[in-house]
Write a new protein. Structure first.
Length: 187
């Protein structure tokens, strides 16, 4: 192939290569979501209060007292009990199980509420004293800010907001459930 036909062929090939390169860059424009370096599952176990979350279909009826309680089982898996009060004031619970997807760090878990379907649960921020945690998944469609108490220290919350923004999350999307006095520890 020589002459004008070769030039047309090269232009089309160049255009195709350029288009594929731009498309690949657009699909991978966000850096992979990093997790914390490690999670001690025994320390992570216990009750967490949901401080804020991205809206999602499975919590659409949760308006207050949203909690997640984790218990490490003898086989190393984790019992998960999510609870909240609905719009009608009734307590709703969902029970599931989790397993480590990365036993080296335990920062990536797989959680199921409807076996055999599992979802990603990645710990992307964690206070050194385990007083708060931030959880998401690789596509950044879900996000939770959790605390050991129903109210999170404002300085910690502000730091978490800065962290999630740096990871490409939009804090304006966050929904903040209320916690009643009855939901507080000791009540």
């Amino acid at each position: 192939m020589t002459g004008p036909l070769q030039k047309v062929w090269l232009r089309h090939l160049s255009l195709l290569f350029f288009t594929l390169t731009v498309a690949a860059m657009a699909n991978g424009s966000e850096a992979p979501l990093p997790t914390v370096s490690s999670v001690d599952l025994q320390r992570y176990a216990g009750k967490w209060y949901e401080i804020a979350r991205y809206p999602n279909w499975f919590e659409r009826n949760c308006v207050s007292d949203v909690t997640a309680t984790y218990s490490v089982l003898p086989d190393g898996k984790i019992r998960v009990v999510n609870a909240c009060k609905g719009k009608d004031g009734k307590l709703n619970e969902s029970k599931g199980k989790a397993k480590s997807a990365d036993p080296r760090t335990n920062a990536k878990l797989k959680v199921t509420f409807f076996w055999p379907f599992y979802g990603d649960y990645w710990v992307i921020d964690l206070a050194p004293d385990y007083s708060y945690a931030v959880v998401s998944e690789p596509k950044r469609e879900y996000l939770w800010i959790l605390s050991r108490s129903p109210q999170m220290n404002q300085a910690d919350y502000d730091r978490v907001i800065g962290k999630i923004q740096s990871l490409g999350f939009d804090p304006a999307r966050l929904v903040k459930p209320q916690h009643s006095a009855a939901a507080r520890p000791g009540n």
